[in-house]
Design a protein around this ligand. Structure first.
Ligand SMILES: [Zn+2]
Length: 58
């Protein structure tokens, strides 16, 4: 299910593009966004929040 449309910047090549925020298998997780230029997988916001928590406890 489509949730949002957002502008993201690729963390590898710096290419800015419009991406669709789509629910992954009807869960709270967002489907991974692929950069149209270099193909890198853009980490979704939920992943970043989890990563931030993990780093805090390391
Ligand atoms: Zn890229």
């Amino acid at each position: 299910m489509l949730r949002d449309i957002k502008k993201v910047k690729c963390h590898q090549c710096g290419h800015s593009f419009i991406a669709l925020d789509i629910e992954d298998n009807a869960s709270v997780l967002s489907a991974p966004i692929h950069c149209p230029k270099c193909g890198a997988i853009y980490p979704n916001t939920v992943f970043k929040k989890v990563l931030a928590v993990v780093i805090r406890f390391m």
